[in-house]
Design a protein around this ligand. Sequence first.
Ligand SMILES: *Cc1c(COP(=O)(O)O)cnc(C)c1O
Length: 379
Amino acid sequence: MNPPKPIEFIDLKAQQKRIRSQLEERIKRVLDHGRYIMGPEVRELEEKLSDYVGVKHCITCASGTDALLMPLLAYGVGPGDAVFTSPFTFISTAEVIAILGATPVFVDIDPLTFNLDPVKLREVVETIANHNDLEPRGIIPVDLFGQPADYEEIETIAREFDLFVLQDAAQSFGAEYKNRKACSQGDVAATSFFPAKPFGCYGDGGAIFCDDDNLAERLRSIRVHGEGSHKYENVRLGLNGRFDTIQAAILLTKLEILEDEVNMRNEVARRYSGGLQGLVEVPAVKPDRTSVWAQYSVLSDNREEIMAALKTRQVPTAIYYPKPLHLQDAFRSLGYRPGDFPASEKTAERIFSLPMHPYLEAEVQEYIIAGIKDAVDSK
Ligand SMILES: *Cc1c(COP(=O)(O)O)cnc(C)c1O
């Protein structure tokens, strides 16, 4: 069986085609002025993104990973500190904690949303707080697959135990939580502009959002080697964490169509969920928030058969994430074992993701759904 047209897992070409001439115009302006580092587009983008999100400060940076690392540097996180996060996420979320010598403390997920379970979070924070060896410092909730985590519950726990909340919004830029845009939750938020993310550029990039003037100033300093009032005065240690001007020009162009694309993504998700009812477990979005569907991920006990059947029909699929972080070699020294986080482990065994992007056509989705139906029926 052949698809009605070749199917991309994430089709960046369709988007580029739509805005190609505007992209070329914007890139040309950068080539003309030649300010490749911290050029005017970077400032313009930061202003537009902080307006869009509804927070005071946007600090663009070199990647989503740096966007997570820089707030931890600003908070002085280091050895002896505990930072709570999900084991069911991309490696960056926990890597930035460990690379500073602090201890990632994992908390299992809610199996319905794949986000941090606030009830379990409270239990784990209490346990660590009652021991003397680690100091609880912060929480990094992840907006997995584009759906914001349970910030109200998480922020209540954070206030009680005096913890910061760093929102990992790498996958959720454009989503909403209680009528506020993603990246405005917690004390500070990090997003990624990696090309495949819902709001991606054509290279690596990221941004940090916060309302706190003092924190924003420290982040801007950390972004450029801990600079002080001028370039060759260094008041702290930092990074080369700047975002390229050309990439800012690309995002300024893409920002024009972001809201339209978010609506299109939701239309694609609605069509999937309608057609897949009863065949696989479709993703749940809580009523007080929206998703931007960085991934459209479903659960099935017949994952291998369905993925194989789709492959013969030239439908690409992927597994996010096949192995939770507590079982990765990189975190072996933390001493976790299989069985420690049952919801994450069970999800990792059953989850897979279908092609998802704003330009996925109904006809192509019908072909994908028919392939899944055939695989399920022939079981
Ligand atoms: C992509 C991603 C990151 C890291 O972003 P990069 O730009 O690739 O460094 C962090 N957290 C999550 C949840 C991600 O999906």
